[in-house]
Design a protein around this ligand. Structure first.
Ligand SMILES: C[S@@+](CC[C@H](N)C(=O)[O-])C[C@H]1O[C@@H](n2cnc3c(N)ncnc32)[C@H](O)[C@@H]1O
Length: 290
């Protein structure tokens, strides 16, 4: 790619689109525009207007396009991930929140609609996408978040402190023992990828932290199983647990929850693409041996 000094914005974006398409970026035109928007500090409407005129390409555009062509995630370059109503700060060391997780947040928001001042915890909060959205969208909610990774915890702190979320650095397996039996909702998007299922997209394989991806064990189910056990520990009787997972894991997760004898109303939920990407359950009032 050889952008020249004084090249028009329209030509630069067209050329960048071709470069990104050659590099295998799935949405080359959108990414070319978003990088230009980022550098120019304008929104899409203004950018489109500038593309119709004779505005010059911004300084530094070629460098950012080259970075994206190297399959560095767009959000790492711009430093921002959009999730529901939030603009989250992200970068190396933290999982980029995904659109399907927005549906998991909606399940929580729908569930707490009739509960005043619900107490909610997000296990494995990453950037804080789930916890931050609930704090932002549910007035009066007391929201806690747990994150193990030092890097992710630092990003979560930036995003969650302004929203009043109580963040702790800890292991979801034994976190918050002082809150046992007190939460209305436990929500989690834990790592769940099987050890051998290495993602093919470079943005994921090279830039999402491994501790955010692999769930442990050949089937990736160690951390999801641990999240369910912690949910049973942290929830009030009748409390609501919802967890994201891969489409192929829906049946396994329902069966795992049912076999414990701790859960009722085990339900699989679809994301906006019609995929079975989350399971919820309600903690039974009595443990099986009571
Ligand atoms: C798939 S990412 C999800 C992040 C965020 N909740 C979201 O939906 O975008 C899983 C997160 O769990 C964290 N994690 C992994 N193992 C953990 C553990 N044992 N205890 C707490 N957090 C853990 C990872 O560091 C990562 O941030």
């Amino acid at each position: 790619m050889t952008f020249y000094q004084g090249q028009s914005l329209a030509d630069a974006v067209r050329e960048a689109t071709a470069v990104l398409a050659d590099a295998g970026v799935p949405t080359p035109r959108v990414d070319a525009e978003l990088l230009a928007e980022h550098l120019l500090g304008v929104g899409l409407g203004r950018l489109r207007a500038m593309l119709l005129g004779d505005a010059p390409a911004p300084a530094g555009y070629e460098e950012l396009v080259q970075e994206r062509a190297g399959r560095v995630p767009l959000q790492h370059i711009t430093g921002v991930a959009y999730f529901r109503y939030l603009e989250l700060r992200v970068g190396p060391g933290v999982f980029i929140p995904r659109p399907e997780t927005e549906s998991v947040v909606q399940l929580v928001i729908d569930h707490v609609a009739g509960i005043s001042n619900p107490k909610v915890v997000d296990l494995g909060t990453g950037s804080g996408a789930i916890a931050g959205s609930i704090a932002h969208e549910v007035p009066g909610a007391e929201v806690h978040a747990v994150e193990f990774s030092t890097f992710a915890h630092a990003w979560a702190a930036k995003n969650l402190e302004p929203l009043g979320v109580i963040l702790v650095q800890g292991d979801l397996r034994d976190a918050l023992p002082e809150h046992n039996g007190t939460f209305d909702v436990v929500v989690s998007n834990p790592p769940y990828i099987p050890a051998e299922a290495i993602p093919t997209e470079p943005e994921v394989a090279l830039h999402d932290p491994p501790e955010a991806l692999y769930g442990g064990g050949a089937d990736g189910m160690e951390l999801p199983t641990a999240a369910a056990a912690s949910a049973a520990r942290l929830l009030k009787p009748g409390g609501y647990f919802v967890m994201e997972h891969a489409e192929v894991q829906a049946g396994w997760i329902s069966g795992m929850l049912q076999r414990t004898g701790r859960w009722i109303d085990v339900t699989t939920h679809f994301d906006l693409n019609g995929k079975e990407r989350a399971t919820s359950a309600v903690l039974a009032s009595t443990a099986p041996d009571e």
